[in-house]
Write a protein that binds this ligand. Structure first.
Ligand code: GLV
Ligand code: MG
Length: 350
């Protein structure tokens, strides 16, 4: 099903840039979406780019059909005119079964391929979709004379895509990562929700009746609709060195629930989430930057175990190789974020 391991890291077209061996790990706390067909939004892109880790020009859903070409051409001009500094520029192109996908890729890679870090491909169903985009990108990279490969990010938003998530992650060295797409996934699975991400009050567990007082109120707790999918996505990504993300949270006014959802994803292993509004940028920044107290603890554990082996007790808690490794994850992420973000450099004391 897959290419021979000998060929996996060979360029797919003569003259195309060599595939990357490792997916670059950069602070990626939020992927901020903007609509390049909306001149008001387009005018703010330069400023917003300074406040986010990733800025993404969206060509797919949420862009009306009669503005698809404006969005594509708008992104071409914005990419040419804007200095993004060290902020990553991504795009979400239209899906492979749409009439816009081919021209999205032709125009963007041809005109601004050198500025694009990652192409987000929606509604990925299986590895075959990635093979197709991979080969086409290699063709277009040669044509455009690009020196570095453009990476692919898949949205996990169809039932078939979830069923194939490991194969998607393994399909190409270009696989930068994946995002959970809870809105389309809900539709594809025929879930009976009408929301973009988040929980649902009907999805709950209830305590047993009180044997003494069966009429007493029985507390309930809402459960997380996305736990299973995020966990599968995290394992599929982590197993190949790719990066998993929570996707969109549609209730822009509910900052508390957005923060909870993002934090669950962070704790489970995700590196970031989409932001659809400036308020969500702040939430993602707070949630996906490790808590300064956790960083302090991580530093303490690492200092107590210089070579990471053996066992020590700190405040009654057993530390060994495995907690040392967990602390390294937190510490290394904090270091990476501190290099980019002066506010966190100070908070972490680096
Ligand atoms: C995102 O594209 C989603 O469908 O949730
Ligand atoms: Mg979608």
């Amino acid at each position: 099903m897959f290419r021979s391991p000998r060929d996996f890291f060979k360029a797919k077209v003569v003259g195309a840039p060599d595939p990357v061996r490792e997916i670059p790990v950069r602070p990626s706390r939020m992927i901020h979406f903007f609509d390049p067909s909306n001149p008001k939004m387009a005018a703010k892109v330069g400023d917003i780019a300074k406040k986010v880790d990733i800025i993404l020009g969206n060509l797919e859903d949420a862009v009306p059909i009669d503005r698809k070409i404006d969005a594509r051409e708008g992104l071409v001009s914005i990419a040419k005119e804007t200095d993004f500094g060290t902020t990553q520029l991504w795009t979400r192109v239209n899906s492979l079964d749409s009439p816009w996908f081919l021209d999205d890729l032709l125009r963007l890679v041809g005109e601004v391929g050198d500025k694009l870090d990652v192409i987000m491909v929606p509604k990925v169903q299986g590895p075959w979709d990635i093979y197709f985009v991979d080969q086409l990108l290699a063709q277009l990279e040669v044509k455009a004379g690009l020196q570095r490969p453009i990476l692919i990010h898949a949205i996990l938003e169809t039932a078939l895509g979830v069923a194939n998530v490991e194969d998607i992650a393994n399909a190409s060295p270009r696989m930068q990562g994946m995002s959970l797409g809870p809105a389309d996934l809900a539709a594809s699975r025929r879930m009976k929700t009408t929301r973009v991400g988040g929980g649902h009050p009907g999805y709950l567990v209830r305590t047993d009746p009180d044997p003494v007082n069966p009429e007493a109120e029985r507390p309930t707790a809402q459960q997380d609709l996305w736990h299973y999918t995020i966990s599968r996505m995290v394992d599929a990504c982590a197993s190949v060195g790719a990066l998993p993300f929570y996707g969109p949270f549609g209730d822009i006014a509910d900052l508390v629930a957005c923060e909870d959802q993002f934090r669950n994803a962070f704790l489970l292993g995700c590196v970031g989430a989409w932001s659809l509004h400036p308020n969500q940028i702040l939430i993602a920044k707070k949630v996906f930057s490790p808590d300064p107290d956790e960083v302090k603890w991580a530093k303490r554990v690492i200092a107590a175990m210089p070579d990471g082996s053996g066992a020590v007790m700190i405040e009654g808690k057993m530390q060994d190789d495995a907690t040392f490794k967990q602390c390294q994850v937190v510490f290394n992420l904090a270091k990476l974020i501190a290099e980019r973000d002066p506010e966190y450099r100070e908070l972490y004391g680096f």
